[in-house]
Design a protein around this ligand. Structure first.
Ligand code: GLP
Length: 265
């Protein structure tokens, strides 16, 4: 990959946006950035605290990280992860759980110690959720916050499962999924009736406080919501718009996802 493969354009004053010719090239760039962070923290004898996302969007980033582990000796021994969300209820053993997703795409293939992996628990009794969520946020804080947060974006403008109505001060909690979000998951679950109605999501607060944030989006399917997130009025109606207020955010897009942006040519 050479520099000329990368169409690079900064849109607007506040948020940096980079548009790549393909999601493959973009994913490699993001994976390298994560690898650099991991190595820098290793050199300093510190943990690299990563907030991780699920969904189709980050799959190639994880594939590249696994390749770097296998072929370039990138170690995950100092990596601590906090996943954004999990469906509720959801047994970890289900093929549809985000636990299974993360094992399949990343954790089973790298040397991260099991106890350094955190994914919201979809098996809790309802009365245990509040305390569990408090502990989840506390653990993030105990590690000094997230060094890096990887994000996709849902069609409602959700980040994690922070659906419309989520304000920047929200904490990790049990949420009800938006209708559009559930419909978007129909193929995965084999019918709307099988899509869970709830999820546990990391709150907006921990996400927005991450020291680096990368939101990735691919394909024209995401173009409209990406435009709203970057150019729309900042409002809880589209939670991703709060990223406009964060100077540490970068949007990494392919041409399809960027196709409706007014400053993209
Ligand atoms: C799910 C996840 C989000 C993700 C979004 C987009 O709802 N909870 O974290 O960003 O979907 O999914 P995809 O990447 O498959 O488009």
């Amino acid at each position: 990959m050479s520099q000329s493969d990368i169409l690079c354009k900064t849109l607007g004053e506040r948020v940096s946006v980079r548009v790549f010719p393909s999601q493959m090239v973009a994913s490699i760039v993001v994976a390298r950035r994560i690898a650099e962070l991991i190595r820098a923290k290793q050199a300093a004898g510190m943990p690299a605290v990563l907030g991780l996302a699920t969904g189709n969007t980050p799959i190639q980033v994880y594939a590249e990280l696994v390749r770097m582990h296998r072929e370039e000796g990138l170690s995950f021994a100092n990596v601590v992860t906090f996943n954004l969300d999990e469906y509720y209820p959801m047994p970890a053993s289900s093929a549809l759980s985000y636990v299974s997703f993360m094992r399949k795409h990343l954790f089973d293939h790298v040397d991260i110690p099991q106890e350094q992996i955190h994914i919201p628990d979809g098996t809790l009794d309802e009365e245990a959720i509040l305390g569990y969520c408090r502990d989840y946020d506390q653990k993030i804080e105990d590690f000094g916050g997230l060094d890096f947060q990887l994000l996709g974006i849902g069609l409602t403008g959700h980040i994690g499962f922070n659906e419309p109505g989520s304000t920047p001060d929200t904490v990790t909690r049990l949420v009800t999924l938006a209708d559009l979000t559930r419909r978007d998951a129909i193929d995965t679950f084999g019918g709307l009736a099988h899509v869970p109605e709830k999820a546990i999501t990391m709150g907006m607060r921990s996400i927005l406080q991450a020291r680096e944030i990368v939101l990735m989006a691919w394909s024209p399917k995401k173009a409209e919501i990406v435009k709203k997130a970057l150019e729309g009025e900042i409002s809880a109606e589209v939670p991703a718009t709060f990223l406009q207020l964060c100077p540490q955010v970068e949007f990494i897009l392919d041409r399809g996802a960027a196709s409706l942006l007014s400053e993209y040519v």
